[in-house]
Structure formats: structure tokens, C-alpha cells
Design a protein around this ligand. Structure first.
Ligand code: ANZ
Length: 869
């Protein structure tokens, strides 16, 4: 072995070895327990960043650890390759999105390689490959034929100047990013998948996901948003367009006697029917249609409305209640109508204030606190008051009782029923962009649609295109649209799929990327699925994870797989943060790369002065923030690997913070990690340089020092195994291994055979325990120590219970809770012996001599507490 640790040669040779051996290519093996470890697939933006490095280091550590436990481990990698950025980059660089994407993939792969991640590259996939998206197209046609897909008019951002649809990120302050024209809302026919049909199961199955962070489960629960309520009807005095009553959904039937008006969504059929003969209402509806549709915006926007002049009948009191059309009522929630209770609902209260409508309090706080409805509505649940005759007896009922009584009254009079609603909406999958999978639908001359039959799939996305910067090449080329089906001329759909479609099932396709006969090879898919450990950013807590769960259930119901959920365990890694600096130029912040700044700190580490090296100018600290291009504070993984080696980068990443917390990047931390690896190398080198012959440990002839080191070795194995497995706290695992190495340098006795054997055991264990984190150096040292076989398949070490035993322990003795003695006692001493030793101690005697001992509490192995007065 070389005396000097040279990471670049060590790493290149280990990587070459793994590549030659195809060490990470795996197949189903029913004789072994499987473990599927997966990182969320990256978007090929062109450059690897530290967030990627952290993500894949975590999965790689887990994958390698599980393999050392003897499992058959799958750890694949691929590319989420469709999406808008490729279109923008292609326009900027005057290339085609396909070329840009594929060259980025090549480049990023070349950046990943030197990091030594144990990916099974034979399963690599890019979602823009026809081999992949053809099955997504096929699956969509299956859903279509099952009635789980439908077409509906839905709003998009439209630039009237460019005559094109804009993605949300292309709208800047309400204007087109390209030409600055004010963006409008437009209704276009678009495709939806009925995720709402699975709402109940998606909600219920969250309970099965005990391996997920609670926070993510809660976010999904809220997103699905199940609410129990009542649907009730307000009769119209005369039928409008054949409708004789308005149905409203409420979660607060307890407030029913506080209704002072009813409001309809602009798109409600009654609103539309009335608008036909009411130009003012028509104009108002047109105005409503222009505004944003998000619920968040609904909450904050100006509450606008128009009185229809009609009244409806209150289902319990029979009173007449005015009927309004209001901009804050959504057509696709509940029934598109609200029973308005301004006293107890924020939006209704704002609306009533603006339009001078009555506010009637019917709920009061249970604790009798006063409320001032002039200032704000009373939103909390409480008890009923002011119940109109003949319902006076309801006064005093709490929410649950009132819900029941009122729902019951509505049900018996045939005016209402108890229902549940979900906030979750169906998934709109149409995008009017080019760089995506074409939606496999034929439009027929008669206006109907047909799912493209399997034999005509895939519908290929042309890759050799020129982008004019405005229109999708699919839409700009009338020829591309033309097709025929059994002699009938048909037109292809020119919209493409939302890219969440591709990321919803890639994890399943990895189990059989080469399968040509179908979407999934069920045998292989069922062997590997579900993913045992999924790792990715918390920003995907809702949409990606919900869509993937949904797709999994759809694939199950198609008979492709047999599990209910895709991801057994989920780990959401924290962000990578670092220092940031800027200077102010004409009122603008110019961000300066931290590497270009000379920093002076006080002894607490606070920055007292920061100077840009090249200009000598003072710069201002922007604090420790997320590493990003926009703050110019990215640390290039490539440079770190060049300077220190991949193992140092990996070690620092895992040591600096537990995976779920944010990681602060510090050059000094990287230095520290590198120092530790050099020390490990040096220690192994010195160990091998010893002239003694290695023998097996003679446990009966261990010196105290040897015994201590042995115990430390096995305590470390015990702790580190728990840190890797149960706790997933790799930082404390590393700290424990570092401590072990310190003990080696302190206690090793290389001048006798037993001492050398004990040291060997300690070093060998340290290498095994570090192997998942710093695989290259461990690979080299493992061989240097003369081991045969592959370190990646070496058995994870087991703590020897005998070595853990201590012959003596330190016993703490307290008198009345205060520490009075520390005694070195036999580890197996019984309670009576411990009590006697404690009471006989000289110092303890001093504190109890003049007192009566009332009680002695003995915790064997730890302490004795004497109670005396
Ligand atoms: C009367 C009422 C009184 C309400 C009160 C709330 C508080 P969640 O819980 O999110 O499901 N609502 C019903 N349909 C609507 C629609 N199409 N557009 C806008 N709002 C609608 O919300 C249910 C509540 O949202 C319902 O309960 C209804 O207002 C409103 F003190 O009815 B409530």
C-alpha cells in the first residue's frame, strides 16, 4: 500500500473495478430479501449541484448498507427529461430541445460517475425516450376506455399578442414574459384524469404509510381535504332554465339560521340563464371569468357580486333570502352555491360588509366571551343562540349536537342530506407545450374523440424541430396532425402531457426498463415493488407524491402490479445552505461568490469584515441561505471532487447534518473530513508496517488497554448499526467511528501479537462501518488489509456481546440527590453488594453519619441514591 493517501488514484481504481465487475447491476433473486432504494429522478438541467450530491449520497449510503446486510439491492438512476426549461434553452441556444436534453444527460452523467454512486446504469431511462412514454400513452388510452379520463373546458393563461398559451412561470406580474402584453384567461378543452375517484383511498391509505414523515402525510391529507357537511336546497320561487331549487354545500349546518343571502358561482347554470336576459349580469360574469381561479386568491381578492333580484326560500324558516352571484364562489366545489352566513364566515362577512347585507349572529363562544361582529366575524365553533322560532329550543347546543339536529331536520323534511366533499380536483394533464409526450387522442371530424388504438402507438414527438420561440411545433405544423384510422381521416391531439405524468411511474419502470411487450413486466415489478426507501426534496410532498400514489393504484387496478402503495419509507432531505454576499450597485444587489470573498470573523465565528478579493471592495453578508444560482453561492461538486476526492465530499455531506435537516456548507468542514480520511489511511499504513505477525485475538490474555479498545470497537459497531438502520442518523454514526479511530491511536499496542490483532479488529470494523459512506478509500484499505472478496458484499459487522461486557463500571453514589462518590465496582455486583459498597464509602459516611438512612435506591450498573435525614 502507498504511504500517502491519494484520493484520485484510489477513487479511479475503485470505480474502474466496480464498472468492470458490473458490481451494481442486479437481477431478481428470490433467495434473497430485496431492497429497492430510490432517489427522486433529476431534471437534466445541465449541471450537477450540491442538492443532487446530497440526495444521491443519502440513497447510496442506504443502498450499500442494505447490501452489506445481505439484501438484493436495486438502486437505479434516470432523467426526468421533458419540460419547459428545455424549450427555453433550445430557443436561447438555437438548438432543438432533444439535443439540449440529451447532451445535458451525457454531461451530468459524466459528473455523477466520479462520485462513485452505486447505480445500476443498465436500467437508466430518460422519460423523453419513446420506449418510455409510449407506455404512458398506452396507459392513458386504457384509462380513457375505462372512463377515468374526460375532456373539459378549463382556464389557461393566454397571451393575445403571441396567440399562445403561457405556463404559470411565463406570466410575470400578469404580463407575458416575452412581449409584456397583459395575460388573459382563456377556456380551452383539456384532458383530465379522475383522481377524485380515488380520493377516499388516497386519504385512507395514508394511515398505512408509517414510514413517511408525519408532516408529509398531513400535507397530503389537507390537500385531499375531506370535509363532512350537508347539502341542502333553497327553493326558487319560479324555475329558471328548468331548475327549481339551489343546492348549497356547507360544513357548518349549525349556522343555518344565520343565512342572510345565498350566492352563486358566475358559471352556475342559474347565473348563466339569468345573464341571457340581463346584460349587466352578463358583463359581470365575463369579468369574473377573467380572474384567477386559485383558492388562495379567492380568499384575498375583492369580494364582488351582483344581486339577481330573485329570492329563494330558507329550507327551515321558510323566509325569503336574496339570491346573489358572487366572484368568490367556485363552480367546481360543492354545488357551485353557498349559503352565506356573514356572522360566521370570513368571505361572507367581507361580502356582506361591501354590499350592505344583514349580519345575523347565531353562534356564541361557549365560554360566553363577547363578540363584536362589526369588527370581524366569529369563526370559531361555539353554541347556538338567537335560534328563530320555532327552533328556540336549539339555543345552547354545541357544534356536534347542532350539526345532528339540523341535518336531521333537513333530512326529514326532504330538504337536505349529509355528504362528504373533497378539496382535491381532477388532474388536468394537458399542456399546450411542445417538449412533452403527445396526448394519444384522435379528434374526429364530428367533434368526438377516440383513444388511439395500441397498434398505432407510440405517437412520436418529432425531435428534429426548430422553435420559433412562440408556438409549439406540433401546433404550427398542420401536417403533423394528420392521421387516419381504418380509412377515416382523423386529427391528432397537439397538446402534450403534464410532466408529472412521467414522474408518476418511472420508479415502476426501473424494475424492467428493457421490457418491450408492455408497460411493466409484472413478475419483475412485483418482485421489486414497493420502493423500500424513497429519498427526495420536501417540495414534492404534495403533487409528485400524490400523483405517484394515484398512478400506483391505477396500475394495480389495471392488473400490472399487486401492491397498494409505491413508497414504503420516505425521507425528505434538507436543503444545502451556505454563506452569501452581495454589493449594492445603483440600488441593485450584485451577488458575489463566497469563494471570491476574504472573510474576517470574530471568535464566535461571526463575520466582522468581508472584502471582495479582486476589487478590494467591501461586500455585505446576505446570511446563510440556500445554495443557488440566483445568489451566486453555489459550490461546484466537480471542483470539490477534484480538490479533495469524492469520499471527502460524501463524508462531509453525511457528517454535517442529519439527512432531514438543512446542511450548511463550510470549507473548513470539508477540510476536516479530508483530514480524517488521511488519518485513517495513515493509521492503517502504520498498522501494516508493524513487524509482528497477525494472529487471532486471544480473549483470555487481553491487557486492560486491549480490552478497552476491543470494547470500544464493539460499542461502536452497536451504535453505528442503530444509527444506520433505525435512526438514519449518519452524522452520529460518523462521529462514533471517528472516536473509535481516536482510541486506536491512543490504545493500540503494536509490539505484541494480541495488541496487533485487537488493532486489526478495530480498523477492520471502522472500514466496514464507513464503507457505505466513503466506499473508495474503504475498498482500497480493505484490500490492503489482505481481505479477499468484495467489500461491497462484505457482511455488516456484528457486535460481540462478550466484548461489550465490562468487568468493572463506575458507580455513582448520591446522598439526597447530590453526588458524593464515584466508585469503581465489579460490573456484575448485585444490589446488596452495591448498597454496602456505597454506604461504606468514606465520603458517603461523612454525609450520613449524623443522620438516619431512610431509603437506599440501587440502579445496578449506574447509581446508588441514599435518602437520609
Ligand atoms: C356556510 C358556512 C358558515 C360555511 C360558516 C362556513 C362557515 P371546506 O371546509 O373547505 O370544505 N363553500 C361551499 N361551496 C363553495 C363553493 N362552491 N365556492 C366557495 N365556497 C364554497 O369549505 C366548505 C365551506 O365552503 C362551506 O361551508 C361553504 O361555506 C363554502 F360559518 O357554508 B360554508
Amino acid at each position: 500500500m502507498e504511504e500517502q493517501y491519494n484520493p484520485s488514484t484510489v477513487e479511479a481504481s475503485a470505480q474502474q473495478h466496480w464498472e468492470e465487475q458490473r458490481s451494481f447491476e442486479v437481477e431478481e433473486d428470490h433467495s434473497k430479501e430485496k431492497f429497492y432504494c430510490l432517489a427522486m429522478l433529476p431534471y437534466p438541467s445541465g449541471k450537477l449541484h450540491m442538492g443532487h450530491v446530497r440526495n444521491y449520497t443519502i440513497t447510496d449510503v442506504i443502498a450499500r448498507y442494505q447490501r452489506m446486510l445481505g439484501k438484493n439491492v436495486l438502486h437505479p438512476m434516470g432523467w426526468d427529461a421533458f419540460g419547459l426549461p428545455a424549450e427555453n434553452a433550445a430557443i436561447q441556444n438555437n438548438t432543438a430541445p432533444a439535443d439540449w436534453t440529451y447532451s445535458n444527460i451525457d454531461y451530468m452523467k459524466s459528473q455523477l460517475r466520479p462520485l462513485g454512486f452505486g447505480f445500476d446504469w443498465s436500467r437508466e431511462l430518460a422519460t423523453c425516450q419513446p420506449d418510455y412514454y409510449r407506455w404512458e400513452q398506452w396507459f392513458f388510452t386504457r384509462l380513457f376506455n375505462k372512463g377515468l379520463v374526460y375532456k373539459k373546458y378549463s382556464a389557461v393563461n393566454w397571451c393575445p399578442h403571441d396567440e399562445t398559451v403561457l405556463a404559470n412561470e411565463q406570466v410575470e406580474n400578469g404580463c407575458c414574459w416575452r412581449c409584456g402584453t397583459t395575460v388573459e384567461r382563456r377556456e380551452l378543452a383539456q384532458w383530465f384524469i379522475k383522481i377524485t375517484a380515488y380520493a377516499e383511498e388516497l386519504l385512507d391509505d395514508l394511515d398505512k404509510l408509517s414510514g413517511w414523515p408525519e408532516q408529509v402525510r398531513t400535507q397530503q391529507r389537507n390537500w385531499i381535504g375531506k370535509s363532512k357537511g350537508v347539502e341542502l336546497s333553497f327553493a326558487l320561487t319560479e324555475a329558471i332554465a328548468g331548475i327549481d331549487h339551489i343546492t348549497a354545500f356547507t360544513t357548518r349546518p349549525d349556522t343555518l339560521l344565520g343565512v342572510t343571502y345565498v350566492s352563486l358561482a358566475a358559471e352556475h347554470p342559474v347565473s348563466l340563464a339569468l345573464a341571457a336576459s340581463n346584460p349587466k349580469l352578463k358583463a359581470f360574469i365575463a369579468e369574473c371569468k377573467k380572474q384567477s381561479l386559485s383558492e388562495a386568491d379567492m380568499a384575498t381578492m375583492d369580494k364582488k357580486g351582483m344581486n339577481t333580484g330573485l329570492v329563494v326560500t330558507h329550507p327551515l324558516t321558510g323566509e325569503s333570502v336574496p339570491l346573489w352571484v358572487a366572484n368568490y364562489v367556485l363552480m367546481d366545489y360543492g354545488s357551485g352555491a353557498v349559503m352565506a352566513v356573514p356572522a360566521h364566515d370570513q368571505r361572507d362577512w367581507e361580502f356582506a360588509q361591501q354590499h350592505a347585507l344583514p349580519i345575523k349572529q347565531v353562534i356564541t363562544p361557549a365560554d360566553g366571551k363577547a363578540v363584536n361582529l362589526k369588527k370581524a366575524p366569529m369563526l370559531e365553533k361555539g353554541v347556538l343562540i338567537n335560534s328563530a322560532n320555532p327552533f328556540k329550543a336549539w339555543d345552547g347546543l354545541d357544534f356536534t349536537a347542532a350539526f345532528e339536529v339540523i341535518a336531521d331536520a333537513l333530512v326529514t323534511s326532504g330538504k337536505g342530506k349529509i355528504t362528504t366533499h373533497y378539496r382535491l380536483r381532477d388532474w388536468g394533464v394537458s399542456r399546450q407545450r411542445y417538449w412533452g409526450a403527445p396526448i394519444p387522442i384522435f379528434n374526429r371530424a364530428d367533434g368526438s374523440e377516440i383513444a388511439i388504438p395500441a397498434h398505432k402507438l407510440p405517437i412520436l414527438l418529432p425531435e428534429n424541430v426548430k422553435l420559433d420561440g412562440v408556438h409549439s411545433p406540433l401546433k404550427a405544423d398542420p401536417k403533423w396532425r394528420e392521421d387516419e384510422l381504418d380509412g377515416e381521416a382523423v386529427e391528432r391531439e397537439t397538446d402534450t402531457f403534464d410532466t408529472f405524468m412521467e414522474s408518476s411511474w418511472y420508479y415502476a419502470r426501473y424494475t424492467c426498463t428493457d421490457f418491450k411487450q408492455g408497460m411493466l413486466d409484472s413478475k419483475r415489478a412485483n418482485y421489486w415493488l414497493p420502493v423500500d426507501q424513497y429519498v427526495g426534496g420536501i417540495e414534492h410532498a404534495i403533487l409528485h407524491l400524490l400523483y405517484a400514489r394515484f398512478f400506483h393504484k391505477l396500475m394495480r387496478d389495471e392488473g400490472l402490479i399487486n401492491s397498494d402503495e409505491p413508497f414504503k419509507k420516505l425521507l425528505c432531505q434538507g436543503m444545502v445552505l451556505t454563506e452569501s454576499f452581495y454589493k449594492e450597485v445603483h440600488g441593485h444587489k450584485i451577488w458575489v461568490a463566497p469563494a471570491a470573498v476574504e472573510i474576517e470573523r470574530d471568535d464566535k465565528g461571526n463575520i466582522i469584515n468581508a472584502i471582495e478579493r479582486t476589487s478590494g471592495e467591501k461586500v455585505i453578508s446576505g446570511g446563510v441561505v440556500k445554495m443557488s444560482k440566483s445568489k451566486n453561492n453555489g459550490v461546484d461538486p466537480h471542483n470539490i471532487v477534484q480538490e479533495y476526492g469524492a469520499d471527502t465530499a460524501r463524508l462531509f455531506t453525511m457528517f454535517a447534518a442529519p439527512p432531514e435537516q438543512s446542511l450548511e456548507w463550510h470549507d473548513s468542514g470539508v477540510e476536516g473530513a479530508s483530514r480524517f480520511l488521511r488519518k485513517l489511511w495513515k493509521t492503517v499504513y502504520a498498522h501494516l508496517a508493524s513487524s509482528h505477525n497477525l494472529t487471532v485475538i486471544n480473549t483470555d490474555a487481553l491487557s486492560d488497554k486491549q480490552q478497552q479498545l476491543r470494547r470500544k470497537t464493539h460499542e461502536t459497531i452497536h451504535k453505528v448499526s442503530d444509527d444506520y438502520g433505525r435512526r438514519q442518523m449518519f452524522n452520529t454514526a460518523i462521529a462514533a467511528i471517528m472516536e473509535l479511530l481516536n482510541e486506536v491511536t491512543k490504545y493500540a499496542e503494536r509490539d505484541n501479537a494480541n495488541g496487533l490483532a485487537v488493532e486489526r479488529e478495530a480498523l477492520q470494523s471502522a472500514i466496514l462501518l464507513l464503507a457505505p459512506i466513503t466506499p473508495h478509500i474503504c475498498h482500497a484499505l480493505w484490500r490492503a488489509l489482505g481481505n479477499r472478496g468484495e467489500l461491497i458484499d462484505a457482511k455488516w459487522p456484528q457486535a460481540d456481546p462478550k466484548a461489550l461486557q465490562r468487568s468493572s463500571i463506575i458507580l455513582v453514589v448520591q446522598v439526597n440527590g447530590k453526588l458524593r462518590a464515584k466508585l469503581n465496582v465489579a460490573a456484575n455486583a448485585d444490589k446488596a453488594t452495591l448498597e454496602k459498597l456505597a454506604l461504606d464509602d468514606e465520603n458517603v459516611q461523612k454525609f450520613i453519619a449524623t443522620k438516619t438512612v431512610r431509603k437506599v435506591i440501587v440502579v445496578p450498573g449506574k447509581l446508588v441514591n441514599v435518602v437520609a435525614n
